[in-house]
Design a protein around this ligand. Structure first.
Ligand code: AMP
Length: 413
């Protein structure tokens, strides 16, 4: 199928072509005609599936069919998304797909001075992309009114809930006009999300693309069993491979991300961390250098990296395996986008074997084990020191192993 058969208007078709898109992705095939009809939609899809264009293209088309010629533009479409990185990417997409429509789009998010944002808002925009906190803040200060919203999008609703934005989301919804079109996107649909959707959409049509088809099958996935203490050495060893032009490395903590960056920098590998403790400008700079490939390795925590969209990113490295299996799918979804090549490499120490087992259950496939490497797992039974046993790591390992931990996890492989 081609974009032409989706009844998309010429100015948008032209920009889509310039983006290099030829065929619409499954979520686009399903969602675009429904949204163009003006009905509400619940989309179950994660980033990496072409979700942004699936709502941005029809929104641009609907708004341009009915252009308001007021000198002062009013905000007619609002997209609320949980992270600043996602917000920026969505705004970039609207501006790319909408560049021949004459419609304008801007983005507001927290962590930066609000003045440049309010200066643009004062001039008037048609489409606003926002994170919840800054949106409410600017609404309270009178810079933003939602009374003219025709189309509302709640993006990554499940993440919104995870990040504790539920009250903010409720306040935003309360400020929207009753008569509107609402589009609700979430990667997963647990009961609380279904309940939340019920308060936003009216007689929705549901479309769904499963992550297992889109990500899990496209990305080549490998696991290295390695001792915790050898993960840095293994990472340095892998990065000797010049085929790895850029890699996105995930750590569980901000502190861990900074530590990995230090190790890489010491060996003259350009690396930067991106996480919640960094100022927004520093995060954006790090992301831009990574996209431009002047930084080879971007080390990220899950929240900061959610939705990072880097064209042609081939390698994702899980320095630590996430304990929530869905997070693994989100992480590897940063690569292998829109049919490109993707490789996900996971470092698994003994304690993480159970997380790996859960992930394999979720994705219903075994991840290929790389056995032949320089740092094979030796310490199969590291002690998880119980709280009262702090300092136990000072004891000889063999003693604590025998004393505290039965050889349970070993049975997996
Ligand atoms: P998203 O799921 O919106 O984050 O999009 C994932 C990536 O796919 C982005 O880099 C888009 O530019 C790209 N993309 C979206 N739609 C298409 C398409 N129809 N063909 C090729 N690439 C696409």
């Amino acid at each position: 199928m081609l974009f032409e058969s989706l009844n998309i208007i010429e100015p948008i078709l032209k920009s889509i072509k310039e983006e290099g898109y030829i065929t619409p992705t499954p979520i686009q095939v399903q969602a675009i005609p429904i949204i163009l009809k003006g009905v509400d939609l619940i989309g179950c899809a994660q980033t990496g599936t072409g979700k942004t264009a699936a709502f941005a293209v029809p929104i641009l088309q609907l708004l341009s069919a009915n252009k308001s010629f007021d000198k002062k533009r009013k905000i007619r479409s609002l997209i609320v998304t949980p992270t600043r990185e996602l917000a920026i990417q969505i705004e970039e997409s609207f501006n790319a797909y909408g560049r021949y429509t004459g419609l304008t789009c801007t983005v507001v998010f927290g962590g930066v001075n609000q003045n440049p944002q309010t200066n643009i808002l004062r001039q008037g925009v048609d489409i606003l992309v926002a994170t919840p906190g800054r949106l409410l803040d600017l609404m309270n200060q009178g810079y933003i009114s939602l009374k003219d919203i025709e189309i509302f999008v709640l993006d990554e609703a499940d993440r919104m809930l995870d990040m504790g934005f539920i009250h903010d989301v409720r306040r935003i919804i309360a400020a929207l006009p009753q008569k509107r079109q609402s589009l609700f996107f979430s990667a997963t649909m647990p009961p609380e999300i279904v309940k939340l959707a019920g308060t936003i959409v009216y007689k929705p049509v549901k479309v769904e693309v499963t992550p297992s088809a889109s990500t899990v099958d496209i990305v080549n996935q490998f696991v290295y069993f390695v001792d915790k203490g050898n993960k840095n050495a293994l990472l340095l060893d892998l990065l000797k491979d010049t085929k790895i032009k850029t890699a996105l490395v995930f750590t569980r903590t901000k502190f861990g991300a900074d530590k990995v960056v230090k190790v890489l920098n010491k060996k003259n590998i350009t690396a930067e961390a991106i996480h919640g403790n960094k100022a927004q400008n520093a995060r954006q700079r790090a992301l831009s250098s990574f996209k431009a490939q002047t930084t080879r390795v971007l080390v990220a925590t899950d929240i900061a990296a959610r939705g990072i969209d880097v064209d042609d990113l081939e390698y994702v490295i899980n320095y630590e395996i996430p304990n929530i299996s869905e997070t693994y799918v989100h992480r590897i979804g940063r690569t292998g986008r829109a049919g490109a090549n993707g490789t996900a490499i996971s470092f698994c120490d003994a304690e993480e074997k159970e997380y790996l087992r859960d992930i394999e259950k979720l994705i219903t496939k075994r991840i290929t084990i790389i056995e032949d490497h320089q740092y094979p797992l030796i310490d199969n039974n590291p002690v998880k020191a119980p709280k009262q046993q702090r300092g136990a790591h000072n004891r000889p390992r063999s003693f604590t192993q025998k004393a505290l931990v039965p050889d349970r996890r070993n049975s997996r492989r």
